[in-house]
Design a protein around this ligand. Structure first.
Ligand code: GUN
Ligand code: ZN
Length: 399
């Protein structure tokens, strides 16, 4: 039962019909109604370079990513790509994302304007980088701080929008820039901060070369006050014991990006971290290093990687990761990520029989989880029958 963009009550159709006899009713038959998917690590400006062939991380950034991101100095291009990206999201049942923009303020404005039009709960930040990038993308410690601050003041907590302080990673920020962003964060401690950590071995070696005094990769960020509860670390694959313990103590979130880690050949994230008390873990597509917009496909990749690590994630854990756990990593679990009363009405309807092959397998299921699992492993946007954002239906897309 929905009212004014929020969930008022959740229960069986029969119980709700008895309790609210005059309310309008949508009948989704035997489909599964659940909270919209949440994707806590993406780069919306990489929409156009998804599935770019044959590179490892640093070459992939230089050859594909940076030239594309340079185009976002044009506000019209940024708006067009933001619209395209958000449309993909809705089609795939994702109702919240936390995205990197480019270093241009226009890319942040474009994203928030388009998301606000759809009344989506999204998080985004200007990607700060003052070295090892082309001139067209390079900012400075001062301009990175000032632009981030102006954007933060313009957009943070405006309706359903949140600003995220965003140093890209240690290789593209000088110590001076990391210091400035640490300063900014201390002025706005309730914001989130997102960056990348220990994704690929070549990257880690380069970080060691640029920051010889740091004990390890995480220590670089720690030295500037960037490791605490509201930090989001994308990838975090190759961590030493000290880094793991420090991340757990700090309560920072680790964001697993399985399709990206496979696609760029980065490594296998160890999901047993799920079991460490106090260690928030999320699951993300990492578009455009990631190879699918679909959180279903992303859950499938997480399952497969976990199998290689000797641990089978249960379908309930996979759905929990894509909804509730991701809401928690974004510190939004009191607003989104489940269907409890008072939560914002971001809701999707999953057709568990969306293709012939999925239907054939689901029909033989002997339990609910067995019926759901084929959709997790083989499903895509065709399985997303309906999407509601803040109580308004966006799939099927309104005319
Ligand atoms: N490390 C720094 N920037 C990026 C990026 O855009 N994508 C990925 N996958 N890793 C990064
Ligand atoms: Zn990323």
């Amino acid at each position: 039962m929905l009212q004014d963009g929020r969930i008022v009550a959740c229960g069986t159709a029969e119980d709700l019909a008895a309790k609210y006899p005059d309310s309008e009713r949508d009948d989704y038959g035997r489909s599964l109604i659940l909270a919209g998917f949440i994707d806590p690590h993406v780069h919306y400006p990489q929409t156009a370079i998804i599935a770019s062939w044959g590179k490892r991380l640093l070459d992939w950034l230089n050859d594909y990513t940076f030239p594309e991101e340079a185009k976002f100095s044009d506000p019209d291009y940024a708006s067009c790509m933001a619209r395209q990206y958000l449309r993909q999201l809705i089609d795939h049942g994702t109702t919240t994302v936390c995205t990197y923009c480019t270093s241009h303020a226009a890319s942040v404005d474009a994203f928030f304007v388009e998301a606000e039009r759809l009344n989506m709960r999204v998080l985004a930040g200007k990607t700060c980088m003052d070295r090892n990038v082309p001139d067209a993308l390079r900012d400075t410690p001062t301009s990175g701080y000032q632009d981030s601050k102006s954007l933060l003041e313009k957009w943070h907590n405006k309706g359903r929008l949140s600003y995220v302080i965003t140093p890209r990673f240690a290789l593209t920020s000088s110590p001076g820039q990391l210091e400035q962003l640490g300063q900014l964060w201390s002025e706005y401690p309730e914001c989130l901060l997102q960056t990348h950590l220990s994704e690929q071995l070549e990257e880690i070696a380069e970080v060691k070369r640029l920051f010889p005094a740091a004990r390890d990769y995480l220590d670089v960020y720690d030295g500037f006050g960037l490791v605490r509860e509201r930090s989001l670390f994308g990838h975090a694959i190759h961590l030493n014991d000290r880094e793991q313990a420090r991340l757990r103590d700090a309560g920072s979130a680790l964001i697993h990006c399985p399709t990206s880690n496979l696609f760029i050949g980065s490594g296998l994230f160890d999901m047993s971290g799920l079991k460490s008390p106090g260690q928030p873990v999320g699951l993300a597509t990492d578009i455009g290093g990631g190879s699918s917009y679909s959180m279903l496909r992303t859950m499938a990749a997480a399952y497969e990687i976990s199998q290689l690590k000797g641990h089978a994630l249960h379908p309930s854990q996979l759905v929990w990761l894509a909804t509730s756990a991701n809401a928690r990593t974004l510190h939004l679990d009191s607003s989104i990520g489940n269907l409890a009363p008072e939560r914002e009405a971001d809701i999707i309807v999953l057709d568990l029989y969306s293709t012939e092959s999925i239907a054939a397998r689901a029909a033989r299921a002997e339990s609910f989880w067995e019926e759901l699992f084929p959709t997790i492993m083989m499903g895509d946007d065709r399985a997303i029958e309906a999407v509601w954002v803040a109580g308004r239906q966006l799939k099927p897309w309104p005319d």
